[in-house]
Design a protein around this ligand. Sequence first.
Ligand code: ZN
Length: 222
Amino acid sequence: MHLFYPHVCTGCGSDLLQTDNLLCLKCIHDLPHTNFADLANNPVEKYFWGRIKLSAAYSQFYFAKEFLMQHLIHQLKYKGDIEIGFYLGEMMGKTMLRSNRFSTIDALIPLPLYADKEHKRGYNQATVICNGISSVMNIPVLNGAVIRRHATETQTRKHRTERWENVKDSFKVAKPGDLSGKHLLLVDDVVTTGATLEACGNIILEVEHVNLSIATLAYAAK
Ligand SMILES: [Zn+2]
């Protein structure tokens, strides 16, 4: 079988002996965990202070520290490797199950992509991560509850504040009834400036009686 289906580590390309693993033991050991999940006021939460009201936030891995995580996320986003996204999502689910700060979450919301971008890629990488989390935590993924639309006017001509309004306006809650009264976890692959998560999250928080937390696979902010 090995000849027809060569089974190699997604991280480093070395041969794998156990075909049910995606990563070799060295790569699993090298994964740059942040250990932020149990940590109140962790750097990801501080990043959103004054911008959006969150119950909790964390990222599972550092993005820039090692080549490994950049490579894995590249495989997920641009190489169609859904398996690795699901696998890393499962790791997030296990982490959050162990943490009492994420125990009251009712449902997962993948940060939506623009429809044409998702169509071109064939999937939303945030949804893939959510599916992995969901399989471990046994909570539903609310696909399509929040949608993303292109702004009608070109953003390049606009002032910074107007551009911000445009980002904010590009998200819309399609099914408020699905969100009302729940503790929701907004999920994305990497947090960089946080502007997109902030915009989407603030739209979600306009729904009545919603608590919001954020989790991302990786953390690239300073
Ligand atoms: Zn490896």
